[in-house]
Design a protein around this ligand. Structure first.
Ligand SMILES: CC(C)(COP(=O)(O)OP(=O)(O)OC[C@H]1O[C@@H](n2cnc3c(N)ncnc32)[C@H](O)[C@@H]1OP(=O)(O)O)[C@@H](O)C(=O)NCCC(=O)NCCS
Length: 197
């Protein structure tokens, strides 16, 4: 099916109840990102940029670009990480991150943000993405943003499901608006409006 609802078809199939193994490991903690996390964030992000169509971005970030990205995320545009403590608790490893970014530069859009959630390949399917997205929603409400928009390449079933599970509604589909890795991609738009606290 290729109608506007077609790209959201993966939302219709019932979800399988999570087994205990699907739960995030207890040692995962959410916190604001720090400059020291940037290398691990870049490793997660650059893989998707170079090797998958999970993002329509095509330019990997080097260390300088990663620092600029971090600096652009001022207080109204937080970056959070999910970090897994090492067994000896001397260090934590970033296994996922998420961010809120301005949706449009025009002042009228000042209280609309766009989210990103990226989980390291070895840590997917255990609810970590859900933890990160829930934290972004919580922070967006505290920052008095009014809605969050997600732009998702339309075949990305895990991301569509993740956003639907967190109250995002399908808005529509841009047909073949992005070209990456040798083919055109539809981009699905989802949105969650935020109740004031
Ligand atoms: C999308 C992503 C963030 C989801 O994070 P995650 O920790 O793997 O997801 P969760 O375990 O919280 O599960 C989220 C939903 O996706 C579903 N899901 C997970 N893996 C899936 C898969 N391979 N196929 C279909 N659905 C899948 C889960 O069942 C769950 O849906 P449900 O609540 O209806 O059961 C993660 O897969 C990822 O980082 N992917 C690559 C980057 C990306 O696509 N980012 C989003 C860009 S818009």
């Amino acid at each position: 099916m290729r109608g506007a609802g077609g790209s959201f078809a993966s939302l219709k199939s019932g979800s399988t109840p999570r087994s205990p193994d699907d739960r995030p490991p207890g040692r995962v903690a959410l916190r604001a990102a720090r400059e020291a996390d940037l290398e691990q964030i870049a490793a997660i992000w650059n893989y998707e940029v170079l090797c998958t169509d999970a993002t329509t971005d095509t330019e990997p970030r080097d260390a300088a670009a990663q620092r600029e990205w971090f600096a652009r995320h001022t207080a109204r545009y937080p970056i959070v990480v999910a970090a897994l403590a090492t067994p000896d608790a001397t260090r934590d490893d970033v296994v996922a991150y998420g961010s809120l970014s301005p949706y449009r530069a025009k002042p009228a859009f000042a209280r609309t943000v766009e989210d990103s959630v990226y989980v390291a390949r070895d840590h997917r399917g255990h609810g970590v993405g859900g933890l990160v997205l829930a934290e972004l929603i919580r922070r967006a409400r505290h920052l008095e943003h009014h809605s969050i928009v997600a732009r998702i390449t339309a075949q990305n079933a895990p991301s569509l499901r993740l956003h639907a599970a967190h109250g995002f509604q399908p808005v529509g589909v841009e047909r073949e608006s992005a070209y990456k890795l040798g083919r055109w991609h539809d981009v699905a738009i989802m949105q969650r409006r935020l109740d004031p606290l």
